[in-house]
Each structure stands twice: as C-alpha cells, then as structure tokens.
Design a protein around this ligand. Structure first.
Ligand SMILES: [Zn+2]
Length: 268
C-alpha cells in the first residue's frame, strides 16, 4: 500500500525503504544542505517525500534552512549515488542532476538505455537522465561533502561496480555502503571486478573501519556492525583459496557462497 516506509535512524537521518523493490535510501539533513543517498526504483514520488521530510526537520517548518546561503546550487538537496544501477537511481530522474563516481558514468548511461527500452515495452516512459556530475565537484580537499555541521566522506568501494562508493557520515560514525559492502555482495555482474581486486578494495577499507560503528546498506533496513568488513574479507579469502558455494541461475548463472553473516555471489 505505502510506496515508502520512513524510519528515523538518527537526528535528521532518515532511512527510506521502498518495499516494492526492497531498496533503502537515506536522507541526511545538515544545517545548510541535505544529502539524498540513492533514489531507489522510483515507484513513488521520492522528491515529494524528501521535501516533506525537510519541512518536518527544519526548525521553522520550511525547507529554506537547507537552501544554500551563498548562491550555490538551486536545490536544497544533493542527490548522491552509491553506484550506477537502476534500483538506486530511477527514483532520482526528476532531479536536475545526480552526483556519482566518474567510474560509473558509462555504466549508468547504458543501464538507463536498458531501463528506457524496458519501460517502453511496457507502454511507459522514463524522464530523461539528469545531468551527471562527479562527486568530486562537491568535496573539499579531504574528500568530504560539507552539509553544515555534518560531513560525508566519500569512501571508494569498487568491486560490485567500478564506481561503487560509500558515504561516511563522520559525526555519527555511520557508513552508507550502497551495494559495495552488504549482506550478499553481488560480484557476478559483467561490470563487477574480480574477487581478487575486490579483496584489495576491502583491505584498503581496513584503516577506515575505526571511523564507523554502523553500516547501512542499499538493501537492508537493519545496520551491520563495523566487524562486517572482516567477515566479508574472511569469506572472500576462503572463496579465492578454494572456490565453494551453491549454483544460482537468476539473474545470471553464478555461485553463491555463504560465510559468517554474509554471502558473496560470484561468476562461475
Ligand atoms: Zn547494484
């Protein structure tokens, strides 16, 4: 019935769950700007919901508190993408622009063409793809997006896709990891890296692991602890050493290997 389910997971931090597609988006409200991390499938009016939540959050009951003070972008919200897959960006198509890692720009363009064809086959049409801007346009010299009193640090997590990133909300010690580090890491896609390269990504995350306590992913309403990183590392190391798991056929033939509280799906 309800297109979206909203849960407050911290002061001015909303988890927006889209049950139709089992995806999670996050709205983080700072003193000057808000960040919308991922947009889901777009089965409802996400920008409208975001607008409502901002009204709720701002002290004066108006979203003006998050409008840029010094003639910046004409929007109160930065639409940010963890990566270029349809189940994460389709709900953001009515924004003028979307920010993502440059390494996923080719992917999002081809993914959008596929989505557009599928929509057409069902007699529907999609809004055009918004302007695509690199996340680096928003970051300071330390790789952080300043929302006013709150900072999101961009954490590269390539593997699931080449431009997968996480957003580390430093003050609250939360990592929003998209599909880059999740319960079932999908590494079987044509755009996914080798497991060996993904393992390097995870090793590179180790120095950052002391900076977060909770990991909110793209497909689970419950957070993982910081120890989830080591669990996934352990699983991938084992699979590389001696491949194991159960064959799965959908959406691509692959192998699914289960570890301690995590799964990796990889190419046969
Ligand atoms: Zn994905």
């Amino acid at each position: 019935m309800n297109t979206y389910q909203v849960t407050l997971i911290g002061e001015g931090i909303y988890l927006i769950f889209e049950p139709a597609e089992d995806v999670c988006m996050y709205l983080v409200v700072g003193e000057k700007k808000a960040a919308l991390i991922d947009g889901g499938m777009g089965t409802g009016n996400l920008p409208g919901l975001v607008e409502e939540l901002l009204k709720e959050t701002s002290p004066g009951g108006s979203p003006s508190a998050v409008l840029p003070a010094e003639g910046g972008l004409p929007q109160a919200v930065f639409p940010l993408l963890s990566h270029g897959h349809g189940d994460h960006y389709l709900g953001m198509l009515t924004y003028a622009m979307i920010y993502l890692d440059e390494a996923d720009i080719t992917l999002i363009r081809s993914d959008y063409e596929t989505e557009k064809k599928e929509a057409k086959a069902e007699g529907e049409s999609l809004p055009p793809l918004p302007g695509l801007l690199p996340l680096s346009e928003l970051t300071d010299e330390d790789g952080r997006i300043d929302l006013g009193g709150r900072h999101l640090r961009i954490i590269p997590i390539p593997g699931h896709t080449p431009g997968s990133v996480g957003f580390l909300l430093e003050e609250e010690r939360i990592l929003f990891s998209g599909d880059g580090l999740t319960y079932n890491v999908w590494m079987q896609l044509p755009e996914s890296s080798s497991l060996e390269d993904y393992l390097e990504t995870l090793y590179a995350l180790r120095p950052v692991a002391g900076d977060f306590d909770r990991i909110y992913t793209g497909h689970s309403q419950n957070p993982f602890g910081a120890d989830h990183l080591e669990k996934v590392i352990d699983l991938i190391e084992k699979v590389i050493q001696e491949p194991f798991g159960t064959p799965v056929e959908e959406p691509f033939p692959a192998i699914e290997a289960t570890g301690d509280g995590c799964v990796v799906t990889y190419r046969r």
